[in-house]
Design a protein around this ligand. Structure first.
Ligand code: PLP
Length: 408
């Protein structure tokens, strides 16, 4: 038997069924008229952001990193709850505009921005987080031709990384950002070129659950930002401090203690160096805001036994939930939180493998999982599906097509 990840707090049962946003799983599927279905809860997203705001210093803006979940209705809903949006492509820019975000609320990071993307962002008035000197020159040239003053920030490749983070995005050689020691020279270049200077973007990692590690990296981020601004001899207008707040996906993972992170940051904000005294601070979060508010529902289409092992075969799989299958940045496959949605309060009775419908051994949703007895037609719920699900999975693989999505 392999343990399942922890089901996020706040999910209850009614008539034996999992309830999401006030409706039972089967009612939601009736409404959507098919499976597989992603359901995202408005209330859970709103509560999460409210708690985060209460824990963090008021001075800190909260941005949503939309690559975590770009579903249109969710993007529109979250617009009223956050202070800004981080995008990583022209396609995301388009989706953001359609969802009603204003260009001045948007910043655009990501390596490999094409000239066309730079032009679209500059024309719209979006802040570009520059990833290299070459990209900076291309942006300045695009702005000159457009006769627009570009809003430019520099993404710094920090000389440290977020301890214990799931995906390392800083420290050493990286395709992201400009190496810290070259940032002062590039800053001077942008200032001399007359750009609207939007400060630094320092992102050091993702999916951290250890408050001390985040506190340490935030302190290092502030020190680095102050040192770089000091080398240029300017006050820093803006600092995007990154994020990296994780959510518990696996057994033994424990929730991040945001109160501890917030208290440490408040303390730091009371004794900032002079060149950060007037800085506008922002943090960018994806999965922490939306990940636990989403559930993936898929129906069991077959129940079979092979050499004594029981398989529950579903109509979903890795083409919608690549991360839960263990094929999205994990080294050792572990089980996400999974349940039988229409027997949500039943006791576990048997050990089974839950698999997807794809013809590949990679398509696993839960291995050796202790679950209530389930038959053909029953519903499997995969939790922590609100981030890096639908849009981060190969929906076209094997001709299956996308899942349905719903905000409730
Ligand atoms: C992916 C990404 C994020 C969001 O990461 P989460 O782990 O979902 O919070 C934020 N900022 C940058 C630069 C990213 O690449």
């Amino acid at each position: 038997m392999k343990p399942l990840g922890p089901i996020p707090a706040g999910f209850t049962a009614r008539d034996g069924e999992l309830v999401i946003g006030g409706s039972t799983a089967s009612a939601l599927i009736d409404q959507a008229d098919d499976t597989p279905l992603f359901v995202y809860s408005r209330d859970m997203i709103a509560e999460r952001i409210e708690a985060l705001r209460a824990a963090m210093p008021e001075r800190l803006s909260i941005h949503y990193a939309m690559k975590a979940n770009p579903y249109g209705p969710l993007l529109e809903f979250i617009a009223d709850l956050v202070d800004g949006l981080d995008i990583a492509s022209q396609g995301e820019l388009q989706q953001a505009r359609e969802a009603g975000y204003l260009p001045r609320e948007i910043s655009f990071a990501g390596p490999g921005k094409r000239d066309e993307e730079l032009r679209a962002a500059i024309r719209a008035g979006v802040t570009l987080n520059l990833e290299s000197e070459g990209e900076a020159e291309r942006a300045l040239e695009a702005a000159r031709l457009l006769k627009v003053t570009p809003r430019l920030a520099i993404r710094v490749n920090p000389d440290f990384e977020l301890r214990g983070s799931g995906m390392k995005m800083g420290g050493g050689a990286k395709p992201f950002g400009v190496d810290a020691e070259r940032v002062p020279a590039l800053t001077r270049r942008l200032l001399e070129a007359g750009a609207d200077w939007r400060g630094f973007h320092i992102y050091s990692g993702s999916q951290a659950l250890d408050a001390d590690a985040i506190i340490e990296s935030q302190a290092q981020t502030l020190d680095l930002a102050s040192r770089l601004a000091g080398e240029v001899g300017i006050d820093l207008s803006h600092l995007n401090m990154g994020g990296g707040f994780g959510i518990p996906y696996f057994a033994k993972d424990t929730p991040l203690e945001i109160e501890a992170v917030g208290a440490a940051l408040r303390e730091r904000f009371t004794s900032l160096p002079a060149n950060l005294a007037e800085t506008q601070f922002a943090m960018e979060l994806g999965r922490y805001l939306v990940g636990e508010a989403g559930v993936y529902l898929t129906r069991i289409v077959d129940r079979k036994v092979s050499h004594g092992t029981t398989y529950l075969v579903t109509d979903g799989g890795l083409h919608h939930q690549l991360a839960a299958s263990g094929n999205f940045g994990t080294v050792v496959r572990r089980n996400y939180p999974v349940a039988i949605a229409n027997r949500f309060d039943a006791e576990p009775e048997e050990v089974v493998n839950v698999v997807g419908c794809l013809c590949t051994p990679l398509d696993r949703l839960a291995d050796d999982a202790h679950l209530p007895r389930a038959e053909i037609g029953d519903l499997v719920a995969v939790f922590c599906a609100g981030a890096y699900g639908a849009s981060a999975s190969p929906a076209a693989f094997l001709g299956q097509g996308p899942a349905l999505e719903m905000l409730v």
